[in-house]
Design a protein around this ligand. Structure first.
Ligand code: IPD
Length: 310
């Protein structure tokens, strides 16, 4: 049967708002927390409760679709197949959530044939919604829940209340041209895996990007870490940062954001840019782990050239 991506998108938006209410209603200082692979790979009971809610909503609505969620994933066992699969991070930016740093979101993706087809990312702390449907463009809306509830005649009169308008990404007001790595603002993340080769790779990339050219570095304008892979991808889509590199992501970190990035004209690459093999730009897979997102050059080829500099 035909899959109605618009209907799925609308349902995911509704579920994102529900999840947002659960997240903002829970007090990170009084909930149970635990760790997974190491002491900085954090999970809270809110992550688990949101994932249970989302998966039960989705299995009722789409019983034949598969579900992959961060908190129920089993390493070595959970596989992403070509089947329609919801790929979900109940709270992306759990560490931020715990610390009250307001960059955390629910990330809801649908992949078909292992390619992201719908992406919905909602930051309930800043009430900002990012959405995309494959082939249908990417959008951002601030005050999203307020607008959905009909706050300030907002939806009826978006033109006179621009802060409630749904904006197509990238925003049209002259986009900042990306000419090269040297004029770029680059998002990076430490992630939770910080030992052995993971640590070496990350520190090598970070050092290269930060150091002046005289010291053999690339010297970008500056480096940023939002603490949420999904929100970093949205920031690239929205033109707030130019590139985002991370070694150590999982499918739930990138599925929804990748759809939004692509629909905003950005490109995702995979590969370890600083390995001995040099810059490899293989077609990205949803289990690539190392991702590089770029947007802003005039052409896709131009984006690749900037990506290669990294
Ligand atoms: C993490 C965040 C973080 C990124 C990690 C992710 P979580 O997701 O997106 O920014 O560096 O790689 O695992 O654990 O908060 O859902």
């Amino acid at each position: 049967a035909d899959i109605n991506l618009q209907e799925i998108h609308d349902n995911l938006v509704a579920i994102a708002f529900e999840a947002g209410e659960m997240i903002t209603a829970s007090n990170p200082n009084s909930i149970k927390t635990g760790t997974k692979l190491n002491s900085v790979d954090i999970v809270t009971e809110t992550d688990q409760a949101v994932e249970r809610h989302v998966s039960s909503r989705l299995s009722t609505l789409y019983p034949s679709f598969l579900f992959v969620g961060e908190e129920t994933y089993i390493a070595g066992k959970t596989k992403i197949t070509a089947q329609p699969t919801f790929i979900v991070d109940p709270i992306d930016g759990t560490t931020n959530f715990l610390h009250g740093f307001p960059h955390a979101c629910i990330s809801l993706g649908l992949a078909i044939d292992r390619v992201p087809a719908v992406g919905v990312i909602y930051n309930p702390f800043l009430d900002t919604m990012y959405t995309a449907i494959r082939g249908g463009g990417a959008y951002m809306q601030r005050n999203a829940a307020l607008a959905a509830k009909g706050g300030v005649s907002a939806t009826a009169n978006a033109a006179s209340h621009p802060s409630f308008a749904k904006i197509k990404l990238p925003p049209s007001s002259p986009p900042r041209p990306l000419e090269g790595l040297a004029n770029a603002l680059v998002a990076i993340e430490w992630g939770s895996s910080r030992d052995g080769p993971n640590y070496d790779l990350k520190t090598r990339v970070f050092r290269q990007l930060a150091a002046s050219q005289e010291s053999g570095g690339k010297m970008v304008h500056s480096l940023r870490s939002l603490g949420s892979a999904a929100l970093n991808l949205c920031a690239v889509a929205a033109g707030e940062v130019d590139l985002y590199w991370e070694g150590g992501c999982y499918a739930w970190d990138v599925c929804a954001g990748w759809c939004i990035l692509k629909e905003a004209g950005g490109v995702m690459y995979s590969g370890n840019p600083t390995t001995e093999k040099g810059s490899e730009f293989e077609p990205p897979a949803l289990d690539a782990r190392v991702y590089l997102a770029v947007r802003g050059a005039e052409t896709e080829e131009g984006q690749k050239e900037v990506a290669k500099e990294l």
